[in-house]
Design a protein around this ligand. Structure first.
Ligand code: ANZ
Ligand code: ZN
Length: 864
């Protein structure tokens, strides 16, 4: 029996044994309930994993292992999100095919995951860049195309000049490329889109049912951005043209003193008068250079130009000037607004800048001060003709009806959500299975010709013309039209990787199917994912796209559930201490930096006052990465697991600490020591006898501790409260150690109770520190693996303590403790307190005025 946690000798041994019997191969016994636990599938980068990534994988592993031991069929798969720019860029730099790189990196990831004992079913491993996988991504593309949910359209795409590719709106962060930080520009290209907007309302409504972090749901709601308002028509003065505006505040319409069209609005050049033409054209050109994000930035000064044209106000008949300004977007509402400077911030700034008329049409309801712009919707309408003195909300209804009766406007719902731009002008992605024929137009590649394979090529250099490198391979591009047999060209764009990750959770249900993307019956067995775990950075893109596709599949009868991910959890990061040197005189720093990154060796050589440290996310560029390999070598996999779980609540960021890992090691040593002190044959026969003998008080107490620990650990793991689960196991370990210390061989009932406790400890520990648990399990002579044993179940009859400690106070100060049976009556507690020697001593000579009794806790005697 080992008396210490020796990671080096036990961990490789158990990993090998698990692998030999394919222990984690998914069980599919029809009589059992199912549990699908999933980690976001990673892009396997050349850097390999850091201990930071494990904060995602270890907790899911603990939950999945527990569920399996509880009798569930557990699906716990892993795969690679292998397409995409990073691999392509690296392939370019290293002149190696991206497929080679990716499979190499995936092997490293897999090895590192195994190194910490994650229980993935590798039989289900998938790689999104293999033809066996992307064939079905293409099949799904065609399904969407057939349903009218994929279309080809000209669009001023976000263009990253550095990556030389188009970016989705979601990939633009503050006007910059999310990947490389370069400012994003616009480029007009024909692009493929998925019509996610058709599902906007369902994507919004169904969020309510999900067990997701509230913050992520909020971000999705904001991204979908539903707003209810009124759309109505404005006639242009002295012409038969008109335009429509969308407003959420029709109650302010009497304050509309001008209108603003987006610079891209098709009417602009038609209505601009000759004397304003040059200025308008200049303005349009400068606006085109800005990203949507820049144009919306509230802190930017509002600029615009007058077109020379006027519109007729539908309520007052007044002539109002029509301007163009870049803060009005063509992609939202109607691309034109009624401007109400008295009650809208942006319109107010604009009117101030250009000296346009500002009128008040809303006042506060209670007469409280209300400077302009006054934006509250709780006010009263004024200066609004027959609608004056109506509360805003009432007015909104009446004004909408007025417009509807006259047929010049109607209530409308608008969404901020845009269609999903899927085209990428890159090589390393799923080819879009479409052929362009001069005669037939867009022709889908017939299903039996899928996959459209990526060609083997020498160079993946982007063309920089906005076309993918595939366009430079005539043998691949030039094909016969599947419909008419004439000359045709393949689509050369590939799909962004969010296509691959929008259905991979379904492929895991049926990973080797060569006839279908997945068998709907298999999906019906496993879906939805019961617990999905990953970083919060996927709040919008991945999680919204995957929900959208799942809904399309649901409508097709391919999946059983409206939502793919029932429960979502976001793990905290692991930060590493990173040394910096203070800048020297005349030394310039990059924006956002406070010092110069140095290594620990450099830091050791510098004078103390020149060095400072920061806690930062682990990354290769910072040189602060701790790899699983190093950590496992130094501390052991189980110690690493315990450390990461115990250090802080699951969602919280932790600071990597060698000292604290030592704490985890000490805990594991204590467990080994305890089991070493407890004879194996004791543990083997307790269960038959424990219900037949009379247990003494000490044994009953042991059993109570055992069963309350089972209950707590089970619930805590279920709730992702791993740190408190481990805290409970630490206390449990101490309690057992104490009982073993006082145990003498003639105490037969205590022997049984301790044996139960020891076996329970091993099994409760099994999901958390599986190598150690199996080692102890074996040394006790139990067959197989802890993974195959039943997870302990708490016996409800043993959950209440038999005896409790009551604190006795006099005038609020603790004077004594007594032990009584749980549930002792108030009267009896009062009697026991008043007759207690120590209490009597303190009330001696005083008059008892009151006795406060809190059953099972305390008695306070108030005496003066
Ligand atoms: C007049 C008005 C008065 C407005 C007022 C607001 C407050 P949400 O809630 O996000 O849907 N708007 C409409 N289309 C626009 C576009 N293409 N580009 C920029 N702004 C646009 O916002 C709707 C409001 O945003 C609309 O209501 C409109 O301004 C503006 F006191 O109309 B409002
Ligand atoms: Zn054709």
């Amino acid at each position: 029996m080992p008396s210490r946690y020796e990671s080096k000798s036990i961990e490789p041994k158990w990993q090998k044994k698990w692998q030999e019997v394919d222990l984690f191969r998914t069980r599919e016994e029809p009589s059992r309930p199912k549990f699908y636990g999933l980690d976001f599938f990673p892009y396997p980068s050349g850097q390999g994993l850091s201990v930071g990534h494990l904060r995602n994988y270890i907790p899911t592993d603990v939950l999945c292992r527990m569920k399996y031991m509880q009798g569930y069929n557990v699906l716990h798969p892993m795969g690679w999100d292998a397409f995409g720019l990073p691999a392509e860029n690296e392939a370019l730099a290293k002149k190696v095919h991206p497929a080679k790189l990716v499979s190499l990196y995936a092997q490293t990831y897999k090895r590192q995951m195994n190194l910490v004992g994650i229980s993935y079913d590798w039989w289900r491993e998938i790689n999104s860049s293999t033809p066996e996988y992307y064939r079905w991504t293409q099949w799904i593309f065609l399904l969407l195309y057939k349903k009218g949910l994929a279309y080809h359209a000209e669009y001023p795409a976000n263009w990253c000049p550095q990556c030389q590719t188009v970016l989705a709106n979601e990939e633009v962060e503050g006007g910059n490329c999310w990947r490389c930080g370069t400012p994003v520009t616009k480029k007009n290209l024909k692009q493929w889109f998925f019509k996610i907007t058709a599902y906007a309302e369902r994507l919004l409504q169904d969020l309510d049912e999900l067990n997701w972090p509230e913050g992520i749901k909020m971000m999705q709601r904001n991204w979908i951005g539903k707003s209810e308002g009124v759309e109505f028509e404005w006639k242009i003065a002295d012409s038969n043209l008109s335009f429509r505006t969308f407003t959420t505040r029709i109650d302010t319409v009497f304050g509309a003193t001008f209108c603003v069209l987006s610079p891209e609005h098709p009417l602009v050049l038609k209505i601009t008068t000759p004397e304003h033409r040059a200025e308008v054209e200049n303005y349009i050109e400068s606006a085109m250079r800005l990203s949507e994000q820049d144009r919306l930035a509230t802190e930017r000064p509002k600029t615009g130009v007058f077109t020379g044209a006027y519109a007729i106000h539908p309520f007052t008949g007044n002539r109002v000037p029509i301007w163009i300004a870049d803060y009005v977007l063509m992609t939202y509402g109607t691309g034109a607004i009624m401007a109400v400077p008295g009650h809208d911030e942006r319109d107010y700034d604009f009117a101030k800048r250009y000296g346009l008329e500002i009128v008040r049409v809303i006042r506060s309801a209670d007469g409280s001060p209300d400077d302009l712009p006054y934006t509250s919707e709780d006010g009263i309408m004024v200066n609004s003709g027959e609608f004056s003195e109506l509360p805003c909300r009432e007015g909104q209804k009446r004004l909408a009806e007025w417009l509807e009766e006259r047929g010049i406007g109607e209530r409308r719902v608008n969404y901020r959500l845009r269609d999903w731009l899927i085209s990428r002008q890159r090589f390393w992605g799923t080819p879009i299975p479409i052929v362009h024929c001069q005669r037939c137009g867009l022709v889908p590649v017939p299903e039996n010709e899928l996959p459209v394979r990526l060609p083997e090529i020498e160079s993946y250099e982007p063309t920089g013309t906005g076309e993918s490198p595939l366009a430079g391979i005539p043998e691949w591009v030039n094909v016969k039209c599947p419909t008419c047999g004439g000359a045709a060209r393949r689509e050369t764009d590939t799909m962004g990787t969010f296509a691959c990750s929008s259905w991979y959770f379904l492929r895991f249900c049926d990973p080797h199917n060569v006839k279908r993307a997945w068998d709907p019956e298999k999906a019906a067995k496993w879906m939805p994912v019961d617990c999905y775990v990953g970083g919060a950075e996927h709040a919008v893109m991945h999680l919204l796209y995957a929900r959208f596709w799942n809904k399309v599949f649901y409508d097709e009868g391919l999946v059983p559930c409206k939502e793919p991910f029932q429960t979502l959890r976001n793990q905290g990061m692991v930060l590493a201490l990173t040394p910096y040197r203070k800048p020297r005189e005349n030394e310039r720093l990059k924006v956002g930096e406070e010092g110069i990154l140095i290594t620990f060796e450099e830091a050791a050589k510098l004078p103390k006052e020149e060095v400072f440290y920061k806690w930062e996310k682990m990354s290769k560029s910072k040189g602060n990465v701790v790899t699983p390999d190093e950590a496992v070598d130094k501390y052991g996999a189980d110690a690493l697991r315990v450390y990461e779980l115990f250090e802080a609540p699951f969602e919280q960021t932790i600071q990597w600490s060698e000292e604290r890992v030592q704490g985890a090691i000490r805990f594991l040593h204590r467990v080994f020591k305890l089991t070493d002190d407890w004879h194996p044959h004791f543990v083997r026969d307790w269960s038959e006898q424990i219900n037949t003998v009379n247990l003494d008080a000490s044994s009953r107490e042991m059993r109570n501790i055992t069963h309350t620990t089972i209950e707590k650990v089970t619930k805590d793991i279920e709730d992702f409260s791993f740190n408190t689960a481990i805290a409970a196991l630490m206390e449990f370990t101490n309690a057992i150690t104490e009982k073993i210390r006082i145990f003498t061989p003639e105490q037969n009932s205590l022997r049984l109770a301790i044996s139960e406790a020891v076996e329970t400890l091993i099994l409760l520990l099994a999901p958390i520190a599986p190598h150690s648990a199996d080692e102890i399990w074996e040394s006790y002579g139990f067959p197989g693996f802890t993974y195959q044993a039943n997870f302990p179940k708490a016996n409800p009859a043993l959950l209440t303590k038999e005896r409790v400690t009551i604190v006795l106070q006099v005038n609020g100060r603790v004077r004594a403790n007594i032990e009584v049976p749980t549930g002792t009556s108030r009267e009896e507690l009062e009697r026991l307190a008043l007759s207690h020697e120590r209490v009597q001593q303190f009330i001696d000579g005083k008059k008892v005025q009151k006795v406060v009794v809190v059953p099972d806790k305390l008695v306070n005697v108030v005496a003066k």
